[in-house]
Design a protein around this ligand. Structure first.
Ligand code: NOJ
Length: 486
């Protein structure tokens, strides 16, 4: 079952650290978001996606969870989250959380228990351990890839990490276990983890949350190279989706990235053409700022020089809709892992074309906080909470504090600037909500107007059929549907 509400929705991503700080400690919090809900509502978005806000030592900005059922104290309490969900709901806005399930923090009690055990748990290990360093697979040390980490505690041997060393991979088993350290996907450890996933989903959905963006959703079963390997990860999600269809039918699950096609029923509600994928960068690439190390530098279509092509993007959309023409595709303005829509040579003058496309093409757009006023990606920011993955890849530049007004710290926080999560854009002409509010030609006004137009024009929404054509002039009879000429 696919949640109908998502089909024509517009999402708004909030990086909680940087949105609004209500208690003056320099870090954003849930009360700050509650206080700013009128701004979020004024944009015309339908749902907020929060980056992880659970208890965490914040080695990777909260993508290292130490308690899935507890809001991190620096953000507030579980009750604050419930209040936020209710107050957002009063404004017609749903709340999605970020589910980080490929790994936990090393501080999670599950990991601590196994670290302090002498050997495998009789109930099945939740993590992946080996006493001998395997001479095959995952011994390369690339950031963000699984690799073996020496045990830092009494348990002998090594554990497998998923991203940073402090993010041990949860054990979802192997399709063809061929080594002593591999469990089958239906082994007791993997099944314990699937059961835990269901409990986490149920816990938050029962508190009014509308669904989840799922971090590294296809990294659960790590048989990436063998046929059927990816299908084994998607099978876990399908099992959970079947349970959700009964228990929480309106809940949405959005994966990080496009869902692999396995010939089976799709488990997720949408594909996510994330900033790190070529389809996105072929449209909005930023000419170097924040560039990920692992894909080529594409000429962006939405750029003053206009040398790019839409081919890669259109092919991705066509692939996503091959078997289901109504399949939803999420397309973000930017996100917490990359740069911003306004970056490189793309200044405010060019944002209009990019946003007109983003909000009317027929995807489910996801607006990254601050992009509604054209906040800049700021190069050279300090490495805070794992933001710098390697010297060429600094995510901090897109995580700087929201710029509200011309007060201290741009209205983000009353803290001394030295205590801020990240520095505020120091430019005297930095954009702010207050300066753009109600101003006819501002980026903020444009975003609001585009979203209002989208809302009142069904043929601009996510479910309207789209036809793209290379012809220079429209043919008669095309007026009823959206047609884009390239
Ligand atoms: C993807 C998230 O978007 C990123 O911020 C995080 O560092 C990794 N997954 C690891 O969880």
């Amino acid at each position: 079952m696919t949640a109908e509400w998502l089909r024509d929705a517009v999402l708004y991503e909030i990086y909680p650290q940087s949105f609004a700080d209500s208690d003056g400690d320099g870090i954003g919090d849930l009360r700050g978001v509650i206080d700013r809900l009128d701004h979020v509502a004024s944009l015309g978005v339908d749902a907020i996606w929060f980056n992880p806000c659970f208890a965490s030592p914040f080695v990777d900005a909260g993508y290292d969870v130490s308690d899935y059922l507890q809001i991190a104290p620096r953000y507030g309490t579980n009750d604050d989250l419930v209040e936020l969900v209710e107050k957002a709901g009063e404004r017609g806005i749903r709340v999605l959380l970020d589910l980080v399930v490929g790994h936990t923090s090393i501080e999670h009690p599950w990991f601590q228990a196994e670290l302090h055990a002498a050997g495998p748990s009789p109930e099945g290990d939740r993590y992946i351990w080996t006493e001998e360093l395997p001479d095959r697979r995952w011994v390369v040390d690339l950031p963000g890839t699984p690799s073996w980490v020496p045990s830092p505690g009494p348990r002998p041997g090594w554990y497998l990490r998923n991203f940073y060393d402090e993010q041990p991979a949860l054990n979802f088993g192997w399709l063809e276990p061929s080594e002593p350290w591999m469990d089958a996907t239906d082994g007791p450890g993997p099944r314990r983890n699937v059961a835990a996933l269901r409990e986490i989903l149920d816990f938050w959905l029962s508190r009014g949350v509308a669904g989840f963006r799922v971090d590294m959703a296809f990294s659960l079963v790590k048989d990436f190279e063998i046929e059927g390997g990816l299908a084994a990860s998607t099978a876990i999600w399908r099992e959970l989706r079947e349970w959700l269809d009964e228990a929480h039918p309106d809940a949405v699950l959005i994966p990080e990235g496009p869902e692999p096609r396995t010939g089976e029923r799709l488990a997720f509600d949408a594909d996510f053409e994330l900033v790190i994928f070529q389809a996105h960068s072929s449209l909005f690439d930023n000419r170097g700022a924040g560039q990920l190390p692992f894909h080529g530098h594409l000429e962006p279509f939405f750029d003053a020089e206009g040398r790019g092509s839409t081919r890669v993007f259109l092919d991705a959309i066509a692939r996503a809709r091959e078997t289901d023409r109504r399949r939803m595709v999420l397309l973000a303005s930017a996100d917490h892992d990359f740069s911003r829509m306004r970056c490189g040579s793309r200044g405010p003058e060019q944002l209009g074309a990019a946003y007109t496309f983003l909000f009317t093409f027929g995807t489910v757009p996801c607006l990254y906080y601050g992009d509604e006023i054209g906040m800049r990606y700021l190069p050279g920011m300090p490495d805070v909470e794992g933001a710098i993955c390697n010297p060429g890849y600094n995510r901090a530049g897109c995580r700087t504090p929201m710029q509200w007004d011309d007060g201290p710290n741009a209205g983000f926080s009353t803290a001394d600037p030295s205590r801020l999560y990240l520095p505020v854009d120091p430019s005297p002409d930095r954009p702010t909500v207050a300066a753009q509010d109600g101003v006819p030609d501002s980026t903020l006004t444009l975003v609001r107007e585009l979203l209002a137009l989208r809302r009142e024009t069904p043929s601009l929404q996510g479910t309207a059929s789209t036809r793209w054509s290379r012809r220079a002039t429209p043919s008669p009879g095309c007026a009823a549907r959206r047609t884009w000429w390239w």
